[in-house]
Design a protein around this ligand. Sequence first.
Ligand code: 23J
Ligand code: MN
Length: 259
Amino acid sequence: MSVLKALVQALGSGGVRVVDLTQTLSEDFPTIVLPPEFGPSAPVRIERISRYDAAGPAWYWNNLSFGEHTGTHFDAPAHWFTGRDRPLGTVDTLPVGHMVAPACVIDCSAGSAADDDFLLTREMVEAWEAEHGLVPDGAWVLMRSDWSKRTGADYANLRDDGAHTPGPDAGCIRWLVEERGILGFGTETIGTDAGQGGHFDPPFPAHHFLHGAGRYGLQCLTNLHLLPPVGAVLMTAPLKVHEGSGSPLRVLAMVEDNA
Ligand code: 23J
Ligand code: MN
């Protein structure tokens, strides 16, 4: 049987399920907060045009506005200075073949529950590999922190000295990019970098190394606890915005029940 016929059949029978890894884009979902000397991201705004009323008796629609890096969103290589000269580095030019790719899920939920500043290290990924096999070339690595289960101020977790959220350390993300050839790195938190990543060397190492190598980021993911450590396939198509550095998107995972 053809691969696509088999897939359609498995989707119909429930052998393959589609899991939504996307947070609802709403006005109260937290937006990244940078130090005040930097330009701020606009928040999400959903402005009613009409809803079966005088402004439109038979139709409902809204005007949307938001920063490119709001809600569950995609970071393109051009987002960071290290990726500024990458060919096909903006969301309108990305190779669409990269938008369907396998995912490895590393469970950091226990460490993240014990320490808001938990850092994923190369050694932890190597321990994961000893159990599940090497991270394959061209895969997403998703850091499960269960951060998506937090609500309100606990999600951004801002203190006087900035955000306190988990992420990869510099050596880990560099190694994943250079030695494992990952397609990208995804988190449940507001950044692909830890909340304190601006103080790392180099600053924001996930942005630095991923985008410098033409790789991608995903942030504000949810439902990572529903994915197996290996075997899920992600569909990640950002909006085709002219020269966009990233965009909110729907992130879907296909998961095989008896994988
Ligand atoms: C701009 C500046 C620093 C960071 C970010 C954006 C993000 O985390 C993002 O959403 O890409 S760290
Ligand atoms: Mn971003």
